[in-house]
Design a protein around this ligand. Structure first.
Ligand code: CAA
Length: 269
């Protein structure tokens, strides 16, 4: 893939960009791609740059290098001597990365091939959905370290799998395989190997990018914003989003194309 208009990548995180798709790879395989503060800051900068690129980015694949891990968690070594206040700062940095991913208008697919543990699972949960190879495994093992999930696991894992399953996973710290993760709805699709995973994720983004970009972006904004809100407040967000769709050229084009029995010509406006 050509590296055109790519945001400047930092060491340990690579970005390839072309054809409206960005592939962001955490590249720290000797530590199983553990999220050091440097990696988190690099991810934050990259997702902020992708947001600034606006409609040039129609979809993102987030993955880990090395064939063994998506991300094996927050960097345990970097946490060993933190004060409680520094621990709070570390958690807030993880939350800022998650917010940048959720705030990006384009969909982000977590492509998991190997371990997605602790902060790694939390990073994947901040993506729109998770695709994984059969060889992958998932868990929130923080209690084994005397910690709790710090990058959103207590919030997003229950939303993904239900409160009782999230409690079971967090209290035990148990690791589950891709088949079980798919069975409980944590993983949306599984694939035999990494090549099939990327082919599948790209095919999904190709499908998404034939649609009206503003409608996809507004859907994401409403879905992310509505999560965890009370019904009345969540449905009001949907009302605003539905109304905003009427402000777009693509909505008028899509409806006209249906009535005229032709394919729509979306422009992303
Ligand atoms: N932080 C820092 N380094 C890590 C790491 C992590 N989360 N996970 C793995 N590594 C390092 C190992 O220390 C090891 O480095 P060295 O070769 O320098 O010793 C290297 O990656 C390879 O790991 P292992 O030798 O342990 O590989 P393994 O195949 O025997 O085990 C594993 C793999 C089961 C994933 C094991 O590495 C492991 O349990 N890792 C920690 C998982 C974990 O507890 N994650 C949660 C972290 S806390 C957190 O994430 C808090 C939060 O919510 C914000």
């Amino acid at each position: 893939m050509a590296e055109t208009n790519a945001p400047a990548a930092a060491p340990d995180v690579l970005v390839e960009q072309g054809g409206g798709i960005a592939i962001v790879t955490i590249d720290r395989p000797t530590a199983l791609n553990a999220l050091s503060p440097e990696v988190l800051r690099a991810l934050l900068g990259i997702f902020e740059s992708l947001a600034a690129a606006g409609s040039d980015v129609r979809g993102v694949l987030l993955t880990g290098a090395g064939g063994r891990a998506f991300v094996a968690g927050a960097d345990i070594r970097s946490m060993s001597s933190l004060t409680p206040e520094q621990g709070a700062d570390a958690a807030r940095l993880g939350h800022r990365v998650a917010a940048a991913i959720e705030g990006l208008a384009a969909p982000v697919i977590a492509c998991v091939d190997g371990f997605a543990l602790g902060g790694g699972l939390e990073l994947a949960l901040a993506c729109d959905f998770i695709y994984a190879t059969d060889a992958s495994s998932f868990g929130q093992p923080e209690v084994h370290l005397g910690l709790i999930p710090g990058f959103g696991g207590t919030v997003r894992l229950p939303r993904a799998v239900g409160l009782a399953r999230a409690k079971e996973l967090i209290y035990t710290g148990r690791r589950i395989d891709a088949a079980e993760a798919a069975a409980i709805g944590l993983v949306v699709r599984t694939f035999s190997d990494r090549d099939a995973l990327f082919a599948g994720a790209r095919a999904t983004l190709d499908e998404v990018t034939t649609n009206a970009a503003p409608a996809v972006a507004i859907s994401k904004r409403v879905l992310v914003g509505a999560a965890g809100r009370r019904t009345e407040s969540a449905t009001e967000l949907e009302v605003e989003g539905f109304s905003d769709a009427f402000r777009t050229d693509d909505m008028h084009e899509g409806v006209a194309a249906f009535i005229e029995k032709r394919e729509p010509r979306f422009t992303g406006a």
